[in-house]
Every structure is written in C-alpha cells, then in structure tokens.
Write a protein that binds this ligand. Structure first.
Ligand code: ARG
Length: 477
C-alpha cells in the first residue's frame, strides 16, 4: 500500500507501478533527500511542532538509513514509487511513530524541488571543477606550444598563419564562458523551496529560513507556487551543459582532423586512442569522436525538459517527474567528456614540423602581399585584385604564391620590389598581427596571462560557493 492510499478502495493497476515510479532515477538523490528530511525535522523541533525526542529519533534513523545506502546494503522497492517515500517508509518501519511525524507541514512537491535543487548545486559545482581541469590542461598546452605556427583556417581552407597557442587559447576562453554559465545555473538552484508544502504554504509555524540555512541555501524561493513548479534551474544547468558539450564537440572535430594522416598536426597518446579489430595499423581517435557524439545526447536532454515544461499549468504536475533523468544524464555525460578531454589534451604530441610543412600550400601570405601594395599607396580593393591574379597564376603553375619569381610580381605591378620576399616569411606574418587579441607572440603572451588570471578568479569562485550536499556514490547505480 502506498503512503497515499487512504482515500482509495482499490489498489493501482499493476501496469502503473513501474510506469509511475521515479525511484530508479531519483534514488541517486538519496543524500539530498535525507539532508532535506534531517533539516526539516530539526526545524520542526526548533519550532515546537514535534518533540526534541522525535527529532532525535528521526535524525538517528535517517543516519542509519544513509549509512546502509552508502554501503549498498539497502534494498529499494519499486512499490515505494520514489526516493521520498522509500526513505520515509523505511524510517517509519525502523523507528515507528516519530517517523510518521516527519512529513508534518511538508509535501513531496516541495521535497522533490528541494532535493533536485540540492542535486543541481552539487552537479554544477562538480562541472565547474571539471571545467577548471580542462582549462588548466589547455593553458599548459598553450604555454608549451611556444611559437609553434599552424595554418589558421576559415571554411576549413588555409587562411592566415596563427600561433598554435592562440588557437588553443580560443578554447580556453570558450570554457571560461562555460564556467560563467555553470555558475549561473548553480545560483539559479541556490534557494530553498522547502516550506511551500503542496503549493500554498502550510498552517504550521515553519521557519523556512532555518531549513534553508541548514541545507546551505543562500535564500528561500519567494512564492510557494513558484517554489514547487519551477524547474528553470535544471534548464539553466542543461543549457550550460549543452553549450559546453558543443564546445567540446568542436574541439573533438579538430582533434579528429589534426590526428588524421592528411593533417598529422598532433599524435594522440596510446592511452587516448583505440585500435581496430581487423586493421592492425589503425590508431583511431575514438574518444574525440565519442565526445562529439555525446554532445547530441546532452542537447537532447535540454530539449526534452524544455518540451516537458511547456504548457504545464501551475503548480506541480506529474510530468515534472521527467525532469531528473535528463539533468543527471547531461551533467554526468559532460563531466566524463571534460575528464577525457583533459587527458587527451594533456598527453598528445604536437607535430610542429607537420604544421610548418603544411603551410607551404594555400597561399597563406596572400593577405600580406596585398597589404604590401596597400602600404605603398594602392587602395586595398585594387591590391586584393592584383594579388588575386597572382594567386591564379600560381595555381596554374602548381605552386604557392611565395614561389612565383620576382619578375611575375613586377609584371603584375610596378610597386613590387625585391623586398616582397619579406612578405612571405610566415613567422613575420604572425609577428605583425600585434592587435590586442591578435596572434603575434607578444599579444598571445599577454592573452595567456589574462586567461591564467581568469582561471585563478574562477578557481577562487568555486571556493566561495554556498555549501552543497554531494551526490551519493551508491544508489546512483
Ligand atoms: N516522484 C515525484 C517527482 O519526481 C515526486 C513528487 C510527486 N508529487 C506528487 N504529488 N505526485 O516529481
């Protein structure tokens, strides 16, 4: 019999039991559920709503249940429907009447919102830490890269040479924005719904500020209806996960390209590569591909919750039970992807010579040859056309623009002098792009300093987060 079976004459149809249960998913929140009950009971006693003895029996009973679940010595029964009823029913079996007083002034509606917010905070914090881990690896790789140059691309075509460090730092900044989004998701979850009860508040003199404080929430949700029906904090978390997963997918795509025979820019370590069961020579970037693939799954989790929430009237609706599976999946998936990417970046070998060799093709100096003319007085548009024709000539003779003889340049325009050869020096081309945020070594060194400073700011921000209730390892299985 379910805890709510009082007004029913018949039992539920057997087919509804597994269908209606959220226990297989929300048992992962047992530590959050127990923390919520512990705080609620302590507050009930402080307000004189239950006795101190009852509160103590509840506290000890919950502690024993938590130890059992931690140890994997607790058998969950699907008949209990969800984690809230599983723990409350077991508590009452163990300690009797005090257990039956726990649900005073509380509903599963504010209880599940509390558990889920606590879980969202814990997940966001872990993801912020994993984000810092990958950023650290990227910053180190950028530092190691020194003045290594590779062909910068647009449309996947050779465009202009850039520092490899510059390319890596672009990802470090993308990840810095991911951190900001994860922090915002943490903050969105950081208010206590407890005390909203079913939807309207309760007749008991609850102290919502006390339970909020005991649970590490920075404040309380202001409106009881909003408290039980808001899942924006999960949408925020899943959006933050989705954008981060898109970033990792883009980096993965580059890793797949770079590690191919055609590019050969990097060699992945054996630890982050796989072989083929038939082709003995193969060393595949499976894990980069898999991170690229997992992105679809994380974005799918976000879309699922958006669609689930659309059109729900206030306040709680059972549809919302579909909120946790995707959020847990998105966060766990992203956390794994971040950890694997961190290892991959930290252990790859950079083939600077292959990057350098590939720059002999693609007329990477073309913009600078046009700038050569423009700096000697020719309008840039005209210079662009002159160089365009030189590129055409080079293509016809199957060489790079830098390999055309001086006479060809001088025939194309009288402004060309013997010093045009200087415009082909790829290191000089890079060094000349001294714009703030540009690819010149000095500008990149400054950028690296700023990215490192930003890293330290974010590392400190994790220390300043309000307390979290960590996810339990057991029960999540
Ligand atoms: N298992 C439910 C969920 O995950 C808990 C809240 C259920 N409340 C209710 N009145 N049915 O959303």
């Amino acid at each position: 019999m379910a805890l709510w079976s009082g007004r029913f004459e018949e039992g539920a149809a057997p087919v509804t039991q597994a269908f209606g249960a959220s226990l297989p998913v929300d048992k992962a929140l047992y530590k959050q559920d127990i923390a919520g009950s512990r705080a609620h009971a302590q507050m009930l006693a402080a307000q004189g709503i239950i006795s101190e003895e009852d509160a103590e029996a509840i506290r000890a009973g919950l502690a024993a249940i938590e130890r059992d679940i931690d140890a994997g010595a607790f058998t969950f029964d699907i008949a209990d429907e969800d984690i809230h009823m599983a723990i409350e029913a077991e508590l009452t079996r163990r300690i009797g009447e005090p257990g039956a007083r726990l649900h005073t002034g509380r509903s599963r509606n504010d209880q599940v919102a509390t558990d889920t917010r606590l879980a969202a905070k814990a997940l966001a914090k872990r993801l912020m830490q994993a984000n810092l881990g990958l950023r650290h690896a990227l910053l180190e790789a950028a530092e190691r890269a020194g003045d290594t140059v590779l062909p910068g691309m647009t449309h996947l075509q050779h465009a202009q040479p850039v520092l490899f460090a510059h390319h890596l730092l672009a990802y470090a900044w993308m990840l810095a924005r991911d951190f900001t989004r994860l922090h915002a998701a943490f903050d969105a979850a950081d208010a206590s719904p407890l005390g909203a009860a079913a939807l309207a508040g309760t007749t008991y003199p609850l102290d919502r500020r006390l339970t909020a404080q005991l649970l590490g929430f920075t404040g309380v949700v202001e409106n009881s209806l909003d408290a039980v029906s808001d899942r924006d904090f999960l949408l925020d978390l899943e959006y933050a996960c989705s954008v981060a997963a898109v970033h990792l997918s883009r980096l993965s795509e580059e890793i797949v390209l770079w590690s191919s025979q055609e590019f050969g820019f990097i060699t992945l370590s054996d630890a982050y590569s796989t072989g083929s069961s038939i082709m003995p020579q193969k060393k595949n970037p499976d894990f980069a591909e898999l991170i690229r693939g997992k992105c679809g799954r994380v974005v799918g989790d976000l879309v699922q919750l958006l669609v689930t929430m659309k059109g729900l009237p206030l306040a709680y609706n059972k549809d919302m039970q579909e909120d946790k599976e995707g959020a847990l999946d998105a966060a766990r998936t992203l956390e794994q992807c971040l950890a694997v990417m961190t290892g991959m970046v930290g252990t790859w070998t950079v083939n600077a010579d292959r990057m350098r060799a590939s720059m002999a093709r693609g007329h990477l100096a073309a913009t600078d040859v046009a700038d050569y003319l423009a700096k000697r007085g020719m309008p840039f548009r005209e210079a662009h056309a002159v160089v365009g024709h030189l590129v055409l000539e080079a293509e016809r003779s199957g060489c790079d623009i830098s390999e055309l003889p001086l006479e060809t340049f001088q025939a194309a325009n009288e402004l060309f002098g013997a010093d045009i050869a200087g415009a082909f020096d790829l290191d000089a081309i890079v060094a000349a792009r001294t714009t703030e945020g540009g690819t010149a070594p000095a500008a990149v060194a400054e950028q690296l300093r700023r990215a490192q400073a930003r890293y330290l700011v974010d590392e400190n921000a994790v220390k300043l987060l309000s307390p979290v209730v960590e996810m339990g390892a057991a029960g999540a299985a």
